[in-house]
Every structure is written in structure tokens, then in C-alpha cells.
Design a protein around this ligand. Structure first.
Ligand code: M6R
Length: 603
């Protein structure tokens, strides 16, 4: 949550900072600010305000200086206001912060600075602490290191000093900072999307090191002053693809990218028709040595784990337990060296997932993570990592990250079933062959977007909606329901159809539209009976049915035919579009739903 950026070099910083902040807005969008070192006045000047980066840009038309830092905020400490916006300046020190300082009140009391503070944030305290030490030592590095050694919590900091021109400093613990350089200067940001246009070569600033950044070099040292050489990575997607293109919202663009990114995620992991994780360096033993799997994730990523559970339990006969990361370690989980923990995360930064991963590893679990962002913290903390190739996902509502996560679960399932002798070579090839048909099935759905748009009209004025399905369709609807509620603000709940009559059916009226999903052959007749039950209570039902099952029943939308186990991805694509159209037709900001941020780095 929150995005930071920094630049120092040979151009005016303002434009670079504002442009970068625009692409970091997905991390938080309640206020924004920049601080630029003004050469004439020999000090750092701060411009910030409540609202989006666009509002900030209007205030920044005449700011000149070659180095600066910027911030886009998702409020944690203190209301959304101009003064709580970053950057924060205290004495000679100006900084931007992404993270949470847990002991900020103790530090504030220790410094005795209550009456000097301008905000209610934890971050301002850090600028005060650094300023205190800087006043004594006059060494920026020493002051920053001494300060961060005292703070408890997570932080990515971009720091500037009034009396040090053309230089910014960066330091981090857990929260990310990536850095790159070109002939025009040096850049730091929370995410490579903000600075990837300047260089394809970048590195993640190692934790607990400090970077001194000037126009022509980035010097990194550990807290004892030893030089540290970072590991450079190559940007492996085209930064020009990261804009919205012809789409009004990122979400729609990202939904449409799915056939391509699913294909990209699976194709280079199939060799001779069989799943192969050689490219990821994942050893077969990870799939054979475990006697149970625990999937740990949050929100949409957790829903991908529910699909994984369904297919792995069925085809590999290995028990799979799916846990909300935020609850995991408080539930005294059973962990031993035969437990394989699979963490799933688009960002690779979700703090709940990260903490749960660390907890499980400490207790002896083997670990594998399915992550989208390369080099992210969860990827680095995990023993094994399989990257989804979804490319940058900017819309807060996750779409292509989810379907690529599910695609990886299909590969894992096939690999595991094959290695454990639950699938013959031919069966495994047949399974993979069906998986390869998924991108085309998704394309077929996208080609019928208009039809789904039309169906979405009946939801526009609803306050509540229910979604019902059985078997694999139930976890798909949990995800569909999350999509609808987070971007359209319509209350939606997904139910296993048979469960409805154990209580919730009391809520069904003519005013509660029901969305029914039917893709599972053996559950068809039971699901039809459940649909009748809600229709008898006045509800109108929108039915999404797999083509081959739709022959003898009324159907609103026919889903393309794949074997039952593979219907999760085409089905959710239809549901993503449904949610998208409801939200856009209600005139909402689809990509930036209220109260949310894309990357959740607070517990
Ligand atoms: O980055 P992560 O995948 O770890 O994020 C986990 C959830 O916060 C995320 O999936 C969230 O539920 C979605 N953005 C909702 O669409």
C-alpha cells in the first residue's frame, strides 16, 4: 500500500515523478505529493494534497529541480488530508514512506516533539528521528541507519536532505524498492512499472542496505558500511503494453489479455506434452515428498487455491487445505516436513501471506510460491517459485493474475498426479492437451462480451445478489462474487447451491437476482432443482451453462465446452466481464474501487 518514487539526474524531476506516480496509483490513491530539491533556495520544497495524482499535477506546474521523491497514499495512520499526505518534512529531512511503523508513538514520546508535528502519521516521526540524528552526526547514512535500527515495522523510504543537493537515499525492510539507471539519471520506485521505461535492467534494493543515489551512480552498502552488489534483473514484458491502450479501464484490458497470458504461463512449462518445471528450477521431490498441501493466500489469490484444491484432491488424492493467510498462524496449523505450503500472490508483497510463509518455513514446511511480480519478497522468501506470466496487473480487481494462477495449479496437479502414478503418460498428455484449449475457450467468451454486457443490465439497480453453483462452480463463484462486490458495491454472496436452503434462502425474494453457474455434468440435475427452489421464491435467475449441458434447459449464456475440470477459467472470464459491465455502467471508477489498494502490506 502506498507507492513511492525518486529521481535524481540531469532533467527536471517534476515530470518524471508525476508520471511515475500515475502508474503507482494502483497502490493507493487517496492523496499524493512530491518533494523537489530547489536549487535557488537550497532546500527541499514539498507540494502535496488530498486526492489523485491529477489534482497534484495541477499544483506542480512551476516546480524546478533535478532531484526529488514522490508518494501516492493509502491512508493507515491519520485521515485522508493534505497534511497527512507525503512527503513529510521535519527539520532538514524530507521523506516518503511505504509501510507501517509500529512503535511510532514511543519514538514520538521519546523525542518529545508532539507540538512540532504537522500530521498524525507514523511516517513524519521517522523524518523527525532521522533529523535528530542528522543534526548530531551530519552524516546522512549514519543518521538513516541509526533511525531505522530503532524503528519496528515495515518501510521503504526515499529520503532527501536540504543541504545535500542532487542526492537521494533509499532504505527498506519488507516494503519494496526497485532501482534503475540510464544516461539521464537514477530512479527508484515501489514497482518497476513506474520506471521501467528508463531501463530494462533493474534491481530490487536488498533489504537492510542503504542506497546513496546520484545522477550517475547508485552506491549500496550494508549497515556496517560494506559495499553490496545488487542482482540485476531484466524486465521481461514490454513497458509499452502497460498502458490502457484502447480500453477505458485497465480491468477490461487485463480481462482481454487473458488468452495470451495464460498461453504464456503454460506453454514454456510443457515439454513433450507433459508438465515441466525445469525452467523454474523446481525439483520433482517437492511434489512427491509431501503428504499434504496447505495453500496460503488472500482474496482472489486464495480463490485460485480453492480451484487447486478441487483438482489436486480429485486427481492426486493428496489432501489440500486452503487457508486465509491472515488467519493461518493464529489457528495452530499442523505443519511438518511433509507439509508442502503453496503461497499464491500476484504482488508477492501481501504481508499476511508473507508472514504466514515465514511462519510455516520456520516450522519445517517445504514451500513453493506462485507469484506474478518477479523478485518480490514472497518469491525471494520461498524455497521454490513458479512465476505467472501475467505481466503488470494494474486494476485493483485481479483478473489475469487469477486465471494464470489457476493455470499453474493445473500444471502442478498434472505433474503431481503423473509423478505419483495417479496418471499414466497418456492420461497426463490428455490432461495437458485439454489445458492448452483453455486460452481459445477464453477467447470465445471475450467474443461474446456484448451478450454478457446485455445480461449485466438486470443487476444494475440491485442491492443484493446471490450466486449459486456446485462442485468446481462453487469456488469459481466465490471469486465471481468478490469481483462483483468490490467494483460495483452490490452486496453479493456465493453459495454452494445445496447449502442455500439451510438458512440463506430466507433472503431470496423477487429483488435478489441469482446468478447460477452450471458446468459440471454429474451435478447438473441437482443444480437445476436448486435453481427451481429460488425461482419458486420469486428470484430471477441468470444461467451460465456449459454448451453441451444447455441443450435441454433454458440458458442465458452458453459457455464453451471443455472437460468439467477445466471450466473454472472460462467461467470466471464470463463473470469478470459481468462485474466489469455493472461497475462501468454504474459510472464507477472500475480500476480504483473505494477503500481498496492493490497491494496490501498491512496486517
Ligand atoms: O497480491 P496478492 O495476490 O497477494 O493480493 C491478495 C489479495 O489482496 C488480492 O487477490 C485481492 O483480493 C484482489 N485484488 C481482489 O480482486
Amino acid at each position: 500500500m502506498c507507492g513511492i518514487i525518486g529521481y535524481t539526474g540531469f532533467s527536471n524531476a517534476t515530470g518524471i515523478l508525476l508520471k511515475g506516480l500515475k502508474s503507482l496509483e494502483y497502490r493507493g490513491y487517496d492523496s499524493a505529493g512530491i518533494a523537489v530539491h530547489n536549487e535557488n533556495e537550497s532546500k527541499v520544497l514539498v507540494t502535496k494534497c488530498k486526492g489523485r495524482v491529477e489534482a497534484l499535477a495541477q499544483k506542480c506546474t512551476d516546480i524546478k529541480g533535478n532531484s526529488g521523491v514522490g508518494h501516492t497514499r493509502w491512508a493507515t495512520h491519520g485521515e485522508v488530508s493534505d497534511c497527512n499526505s507525503h512527503p513529510h518534512k521535519f527539520g532538514a529531512v524530507t521523506l516518503v514512506h511505504n509501510g507501517i511503523i509500529e512503535n511510532y508513538e514511543a519514538i514520538r514520546n521519546q523525542l518529545g516533539i508532539e507540538d512540532k508535528l504537522k500530521s498524525q502519521t507514523d511516517s513524519e516521526i521517522v523524518s523527525a528521528l532521522i533529523d535528530t540524528y542528522y543534526a548530531k552526526s551530519k552524516s546522512p547514512e549514519k543518521a538513516i541507519i541509526k533511525a531505522v535500527k530503532e524503528i519496528k515495522g515495515t518501510y521503504a523510504l526515499g529520503v532527501m536532505f536540504d543541504d545535500i543537493e542532487n542526492t537521494i537515499f533509499a532504505v527498506r525492510n519488507v516494503s519494496p524498492i526497485v532501482c534503475c539507471q540510464n544516461e539521464n539519471g537514477s530512479y527508484i520506485a515501489s514497482d518497476i512499472v513506474a520506471i521501467g521505461e528508463y531501463s530494462k535492467d533493474y534491481f530490487v534494493l536488498p533489504e537492510l542496505t542503504i542506497a546513496k543515489i546520484t545522477g550517475d551512480k547508485i552506491e549500496i552498502s550494508d549497515f556496517s558500511g560494506n559495499e553490496v552488489t545488487p542482482d540485476y534483473m531484466k524486465l521481461d514484458w514490454d513497458i509499452n503494453d502497460s498502458g490502457k491502450k484502447e480500453f477505458p479501464f485497465y480491468m477490461e484490458k487485463e480481462i482481454h489479455e487473458q488468452p495470451n497470458v495464460i498461453e504464456k504461463t503454460i506453454s514454456f512449462r510443457i515439454k513433450d506434452g507433459l508438465p515441466d518445471f525445469g525452467i523454474d528450477g523446481v525439483d520433482d521431490s517437492i511434489f512427491t515428498d509431501c503428504d499434504s498441501i496447505t495453500v496460503i493466500a488472500c482474496g482472489t489469490a486464495m480463490h485460485s487455491g480453492l480451484i487447486g484444491k478441487h483438482i489436486i484432491e480429485k486427481l492426486c488424492a493428496v489432501p489440500v487445505n486452503v487457508q486465509m493467510a491472515s488467519e493461518y498462524m493464529y489457528n495452530e496449523p499442523i505443519i511438518n516436513d511433509k507439509t508442502l505450503v503453496i503461497c499464491v500472490s500476484q504482488s508477492g508483497e501481501t504481508i499476511d501471506t508473507l508472514e504466514a510463509l515465514k511462519y510455516a518455513r520456520k516450522r519445517g514446511a517445504r514451500s513453493l510460491s506462485i507469484v506474478n511480480v518477479k523478485g518480490s519478497t514472497i518469491a525471494r522468501e520461498s524455497e521454490n517459485v513458479i512465476y505467472t506470466n501475467a505481466g503488470p496487473e494494474i486494476a485493483v480487481a485481479s483478473t489475469k493474475a487469477y486465471t494464470t494462477q489457476v493455470a499453474v495449479f493445473y500444471l502442478i496437479c498434472a505433474k503431481m498426479a503423473y509423478l505419483r502414478g495417479r496418471m499414466s503418460v497418456d492420461e497426463c498428455r490428455e490432461f495437458i492437451n485439454e489445458l492448452k484449449k483453455v486460452p481459445l475457450a477464453v477467447k470465445e467468451i471475450l467474443e461474446q462480451s456484448d451478450k454478457i454486457h446485455h445480461l449485466s443490465n438486470s443487476l444494475l439497480t440491485s442491492e443484493h445478489t446471490f450466486m449459486i453453483g456446485r462442485g468446481l462452480d462453487y469456488p469459481t463463484l466465490l471469486e465471481a462474487s468478490l469481483k462483483l462486490k468490490e467494483i460495483s458495491y452490490i452486496h453479493s454472496e456465493a453459495f454452494a447451491s445445496g447449502e442455500l436452503k439451510h438458512g440463506t434462502i430466507a433472503l431470496i425474494t423477487a429483488k435478489t437476482p441469482v446468478i447460477a453457474l452450471l458446468t459440471q455434468d454429474k451435478l447438473m440435475s441437482k443444480q437445476i432443482s436448486n435453481i427451481r427452489e429460488v425461482q419458486s421464491r420469486g428470484a430471477s435467475v441468470i444461467k451460465f451453462i456449459k454448451k453441451s449441458l444447455a441443450k435441454d434447459t433454458e440458458c442465458d449464456f452458453e459457455l464453451p465446452d471443455l472437460k468439467d475440470d477445466f471450466m473454472a477459467i472460462p467461467s470466471i472470464t464470463a463473470m469478470q466481464l459481468l462485474a466489469y459491465y455493472v461497475s462501468s455502467d454504474k459510472g464507477l471508477d472500475v480500476d480504483k474501487p473505494r477503500n481498496l489498494a492493490k497491494v496490501v502490506t498491512v496486517e
